[in-house]
Design a protein around this ligand. Structure first.
Ligand code: TTP
Ligand code: MG
Length: 401
């Protein structure tokens, strides 16, 4: 899916944080019932005597020690870990038993809202993926040297203000950040720096690659692909013939390649592309050239989405993080690549020749055409597993390129 890439436009430089709460529903139950702390806790439906069907929503890490896990039948969970109340009644050891609580979505949603508020305080752009999971774009907030400290503070704030623990992964791409947050659960903080993603993933089992579910992983093993490193080294054409477009996508993820930008859910308010120079430069020609390429990329992206734009903006970042922006509104909405290039270059004129580390082009004030329908088929779900690995199924990957 390289066709949206333009020569000379490097992958956008991003710092992405993926946050995922630990055993979230169980953590919520512990919040309002402190006696459950440190105990095996199972949250689910259908464990009351007389009801037989139901499934585990989640289990605390103590309960997972007994083999209890999400989506397991409650009958199976009860065999592995009986209820304390029943164990006591039967004279069995209560140490080998757990607490069962029914799902209470309304309460979990209220806790999730508190967590979200903190996440939004820590980043301008947050993509909420599920009740306990979100991506944060930290690019303009922190430097790689500070990300660990940032992560520690964010975790401490969530813990002290809400009372649940989060695991964080911080990486240059969304897919790597997702793997990183899961890598040291619970209470994890894993930073994967640019250039280290492929090495970080290499020895992990292939199903740890974002987007590889158990069915795909089993077939990959038959093909001799056991670890993420094997997937990264596999032939993309073979992967495509076996797994369709998903094969190419997970191949790229295993190599640390993922062009997606963190974007809030719903219709975008703007389209933008930015790109850092190898090192800060005052070379006007290189700067204008970059602006033009970025304008083309943005114009094509808007065109693919059948979107008109009325406001055109540019961004110039001087080292280390001095961000300057300029924007101009047109008399009416347009989709016009040449005009976008021209206006962007004009706006950039004010900064041309200054020492810059990064430039960007943005269009906003968008009007959506009738065809603007997210593609349902573009993301995930080719074999019934992992149907929506990160809640982005509706988004076509091309829109991020
Ligand atoms: P997860 O983040 O997948 O799981 P978790 O937060 O319980 O545990 P972890 O520490 O591994 O992140 O899902 C978030 C919540 O979504 C989870 O607490 C309960 C709910 N859920 C279900 O109801 N059914 C499921 O099959 C899964 C996986 C989750
Ligand atoms: Mg979770």
């Amino acid at each position: 899916m390289e066709r949206g890439r333009l020569p000379g436009v490097s992958a956008p430089e991003q710092i992405v944080c993926h946050a995922d709460m630990d055993c979230f529903y169980a953590a919520c139950e512990r919040l309002r019932e402190p006696a459950l702390r440190g105990e095996p806790v199972v949250v689910g439906m259908g464990y009351e005597p007389g009801t037989t069907n139901g499934a585990v929503a989640t289990a605390s890490y103590e309960a997972r020690e007994f083999g209890v896990e999400s989506a397991q039948a409650i009958s199976e969970a009860l065999e592995l870990l009986p209820r304390k109340i029943d164990a006591a009644r039967n004279g069995d050891s209560v140490a080998e038993a757990g607490f069962y609580r029914p799902v209470d979505m309304e309460y979990y949603e209220s806790v999730a809202a508190d967590v979200r508020e903190i996440l939004h305080e820590h980043a301008e752009t947050v993509r909420e993926v599920s009740i306990d999971e979100a991506y944060l774009d930290l690019t303009d907030r922190v430097d790689w040297a500070d990300v660990e400290e940032f992560g520690r503070r964010l975790k401490a704030t969530i813990e002290s203000e809400v009372g649940v623990t989060a695991s964080l992964g911080i990486a240059p791409t969304m897919s790597a950040a997702k793997v990183a947050s899961d890598h040291d659960k619970p209470d994890g903080l894993v930073v994967v720096e640019p250039g280290e993603v492929r090495a970080f993933l290499a020895d992990l089992p292939v199903e740890d690659v974002h987007g590889v579910g158990p069915v795909t992983a089993a077939r990959m093993r038959e093909l001799g692909i056991d670890a993420a490193g094997d997937l990264a080294a596999a032939d993309p054409a073979t992967l495509e013939s076996e797994f369709g477009e998903r094969g190419r996508r997970v191949h790229r993820f295993a190599r640390g390649e993922d062009e997606r930008a963190v974007e809030p859910k719903g219709r975008p308010k703007s389209f933008s592309r930015e790109s850092a120079f190898h090192e800060p430069t005052d070379d006007e020609t290189a700067q204008y050239d970059r602006i033009e390429r970025l304008a083309t990329a943005v114009a094509q992206r808007a065109e693919r989405r059948d979107v008109l734009y009325q406001t055109i903006g540019i961004k110039a970042v001087a080292p280390p993080f001095e961000v300057r922006t300029r924007a101009r509104s047109l008399p009416g909405p347009v989709a016009d690549e040449a005009l976008l290039q021209e206006v962007a270059a004009e706006l950039f004129g004010e900064f041309a020749g200054q020492r810059l580390r990064k430039v960007g082009v943005r269009v906003s004030n968008l009007s959506f055409g009738a065809d603007e329908q997210p593609s349902l088929s573009a993301f995930g779900g080719d074999d019934g597993e992992d149907p929506d690995p990160d809640g982005q199924r509706q988004r076509s990957l091309t829109e991020f390129e």
